[in-house]
Design a protein around this ligand. Structure first.
Ligand code: ADP
Length: 492
């Protein structure tokens, strides 16, 4: 099959979170299965320098944008056979120090930046010589693509647009002022600025790009089955509940996979000592290296970690509480994270200062993939106490690296982590600790049990680590499910 994916970030070229991992890995898995795959993404600052194999293509995209025209230069790379990554170079929009934000606030022109990007994606979907059969877009940044395909490109000779739209996070919907409709080229204002199409459900003077994607796509997926239910039946839809209900017949949930060629302690060249389920003791060389790196003392204590964005979604009050709790209950704690919000950054800098001289704690504010690998490999437990979690990759990475996840049972966390004491599964299939209540008592109940097992029953703890390493969250299953969706919509 011929598939064109589009995303505002793609690993290993650009990344702020799991969206990049998912699109990079899905594209690769589909190409390895013999399909023809393209991925369209912006050429952000530094990508061309870091990946010299990316080549300028003889193709300038020239599109109307509002009352003017805007141009983009196409670049491309073919990292593996069957997979082409198309980069949209538009320096005024994408050659910036970061992807979406500056000084703790979104770029003022994000709407325009990603409307232009979506127009480029739609243009490629129509004019690429290999004629993709299905276009797969992700989150609000590319949600306009199906609208453009059905409302504009269908009249330009694209007879059968077929679009799958994946919702990675409903908190960010691309709600922008309605005047931006003019920039899209969707000029029938009264028609598009309508409750059944792009008008935001609550802010009636705004358009909602994610809503447009839901209305116009042929199929919508969430990144875990549990999250599908949650957005349909709780406030997690952030105001799009009604729209989702109307379109629920085309809404499915497919659990993300993890690219085990990228995340695997047996082959990870960025960690000091590789290890596998059979050589688990080698993991502790990484623990020693992690301690060394962060000047933690060498004592008989487990290391608990947190890796991830420092965002309201991630349950920050519980992350902070877990740090205090773990330090008081015989653990060391390591945190790696970045915040988009300057107030949260300051809060964690304060915490870092507070624990500065503590030989059992290190807080690292920043984005650093190599360091994240050392932390996954060197820790024994990873906490993910999210308020909501569409899928979550850090718990899956933790599992693969033999780092026992302690998670709140929400979204994809509930689909991947099975409580060592309570899960209705044989012991060999249990792999972590879960809790339900979003409060101190909730996370304490899980941490208390995890830490207790580490101290009192080290052999059982080791089995739990191995159970996690045995889990298969590769792309084999989800890749097949996406192909099923593509097949379904292609033939409709
Ligand atoms: P989300 O997409 O909500 O950010 P996920 O758990 O789905 O969360 O994906 C997070 C991904 O980003 C993981 O690959 C994780 O290792 C990575 N990541 C998050 N924060 C950092 C950071 N500060 N440094 C390095 N990697 C990070």
């Amino acid at each position: 099959m011929k598939i064109l994916l589009a995303s505002s970030e793609v690993h290993p070229y650009s990344k702020t979170g799991g969206l990049a991992d998912m699109v990079g890995a899905l594209g690769k898995a589909l190409a390895q299965a013999g399909h023809r795959v393209g991925i369209v993404t912006p050429l952000y600052r530094g990508i061309a320098e870091r990946f010299p194999e990316i080549r300028r293509v003889d193709w300038t995209i020239d599109l109307p944008l509002g009352g003017r025209r805007a141009q983009a230069q196409l670049w491309a790379a073919e990292p593996i056979k069957g997979l082409t990554i198309y980069f949209i170079q538009q320096p005024a929009y994408y050659d910036r120090a970061s992807l979406y934000q500056e000084n703790g606030a979104d770029f003022w022109d994000n709407g325009e930046r990603f409307i232009f990007f979506s127009k480029c994606v739609a243009h490629l979907a129509r004019y690429l010589p290999w004629q993709p059969e299905v276009v797969h877009v992700n989150d609000w940044q590319t949600a306009l693509v199906p609208v453009l395909l059905y409302e504009i490109y269908q009249h330009l000779g694209m007879t059968h647009p077929r679009v799958c739209f994946t919702l990675h996070n409903m908190q960010h919907q691309g709600v922008t002022r309605e005047h931006i409709l003019r920039a899209t080229g969707l000029n029938r204002h009264a028609y598009f600025f309508h409750q059944d199409r792009l008008q935001d459900n609550f802010n009636h003077s705004a358009i909602n790009l994610m809503k447009g994607g839901i209305v116009y796509s042929n199929f919508i997926t969430t990144v875990s089955p549990q999250y599908r239910g949650e957005i349909l039946h709780s406030s997690q839809s952030y105001g799009l509940g009604h729209t989702l209900h109307v379109h629920q017949g085309k809404l499915g949930g497919i659990l993300n996979g993890l690219d085990y060629e990228v995340w695997n302690p047996e082959t990870d060249n960025h960690i000091p000592r590789k290890y596998s389920i059979n050589t688990l003791d080698d993991k502790f060389a990484n623990k020693a290296a992690l301690r060394n790196r962060f000047w933690l003392r060498d004592v008989l204590r487990p290391i608990v970690c947190y890796v991830g964005r420092l965002d309201h979604q991630k349950g920050l009050p519980l992350v902070t509480h877990a740090i205090h709790y773990c330090l008081q209950h015989g653990c060391q704690f390591v945190l790696l994270g970045t915040a988009a919000d300057a107030r949260i950054t300051n809060q964690f800098h304060d915490l870092k200062r507070h624990y500065n001289d503590n030989p059992d704690c290190h807080i690292e504010i920043g984005f650093n993939e190599d360091l994240s690998r050392l932390i996954y490999a060197g820790s024994e437990m990873i906490i993910v106490p999210s308020l909501f979690e569409p899928c979550g990759l850090t718990q899956m990475i933790g599992l693969k690296y033999g780092t026992v996840p302690v998670v709140r049972a929400t979204g994809g966390l509930a689909d991947t982590v099975f409580d060592a004491d309570h899960a209705p599964l044989p012991y060999g299939e249990r792999n972590g600790y879960t809790f339900n209540d979003f409060n101190h008592a909730g996370i304490e109940s899980a941490l208390h049990r995890a830490i207790g097992l580490w101290y009192s029953y080290p052999n059982h703890f080791r089995e739990l680590m191995q159970n996690g390493m045995r889990c298969d969250y590769s792309w084999n299953n989800p890749g097949g499910h996406y192909l099923g969706v593509y097949d379904l919509i292609r033939d409709k």
